[in-house]
Design a protein around this ligand. Structure first.
Ligand SMILES: [Mg+2]
Length: 313
């Protein structure tokens, strides 16, 4: 069988020793618990693949342990095989009705023990695989396929989250909206594949210049958003200008060929987290001012006056 981690919850020392021997012969790792409470604690702490659960135990009995597992969202899918001297059909039916994966009657045949544990482990493996695929699919559904940055859907959700965290902690959150200047001209001069290469390269430069806790995404087209948790106006402007200068100072290479000068404009806004949509709108309005006042500049929303902000470099 697939070597698995098995929790043996059984009050009899002798039965535990016998189970351990059979399971270890199959390459399993065995964790033991001698009563219901420690069985529950071990389910949490030991991350078993399957639980062999005695029904008659001191303290919490097997039925109560299984009921508690089913109530815990993290543990409810853990396969449980009851192991009991109660062998009537009613007992077996009652155990399965509580959500047990299987039921093994004492005294058991070793081959049957192994077969039933193996089947539970296979179920656990399939569940784990599905869970990790779901995580992967969720990530794909939040990722912009061209740039690998987060997409608008994810940004919309994160700004709500970030805003409420900021409001709770009493700190500011900053948003920078970037827009690559004259992107249509870039597409016209180097073609759409070249334009895509510019978007990808721009994304890499953004990620390289922003702090590790910042969240960067593609808002749409050539527009990008960066969220900066716990960041004030001054710091947001500094980060945004770092991106702007990195773009302006090093021409982009398209298809390893000619170097293409690119510039970016940006608007930034900060808030205490009370109005997340308003925050994005403010950054967008500041971006508009940056475009109108000559491009290749960052304008903070609290002072959206054309030409009022000295731009370093
Ligand atoms: Mg017992």
């Amino acid at each position: 069988m697939d070597p698995a981690r098995v929790l043996v919850a059984e009050d009899s020392l002798v039965v535990r020793a016998v189970l351990r021997r059979h399971l270890e012969q199959q390459g399993c790792t065995v964790v033991e618990a001698s009563d219901g409470e420690s069985a529950l604690a071990a389910c949490e702490a030991e991350d078993p693949d399957v639980v062999l659960l005695d029904i008659e135990m001191p303290g919490l009995d097997g039925h109560q342990v299984l009921t508690a597992l089913k109530r815990d969202p993290k543990l409810r899918d853990l396969p449980v095989v009851f192991l009991s001297g109660r062998t009537s059909t009613e007992d077996v039916v009652a155990g399965l009705a509580l959500g047990a994966h299987d039921y093994l009657k004492k005294p058991f045949e070793p081959s049957e023990l192994i077969a039933r544990v193996s089947s539970a482990v296979r179920l656990k493996r399939v569940q784990d695989e599905l869970r990790s695929r779901n995580v992967e699919l969720d990530l794909i559904s939040r990722t912009d396929p061209l740039t690998g940055l987060f997409n608008r859907r994810h940004l919309d959700e994160r700004i709500q989250e970030l805003a409420s965290t900021s409001a709770r902690l009493g700190v500011q959150v900053a948003v920078v909206m970037f827009d690559i200047d004259f992107f249509k001209r870039i597409n016209d001069s180097v073609g759409h594949a070249g334009g895509d290469a510019v978007l990808k390269e721009f994304s890499c430069r953004v990620v390289a210049q922003i702090p590790a806790d910042a969240i960067a995404g593609r808002w749409g087209g050539e527009e990008f958003l960066v969220f900066l948790p716990d960041t004030d106006d001054e710091r947001a402007l500094e980060v945004a200008n770092r991106v702007r200068l990195d773009v302006a100072d090093r021409p982009f290479s398209v298809d390893g060929g000619d170097s293409l000068p690119v510039t970016v404009s940006g608007g930034c806004a900060t808030s205490d987290g009370t109005d997340p949509e308003g925050l994005v709108r403010m950054a967008d309005a500041a971006l508009y001012v940056a475009k109108e006042s000559g491009r290749n500049r960052i304008i903070p929303s609290h002072e959206p006056t054309s030409g009022a902000i000295p731009q370093p470099g």
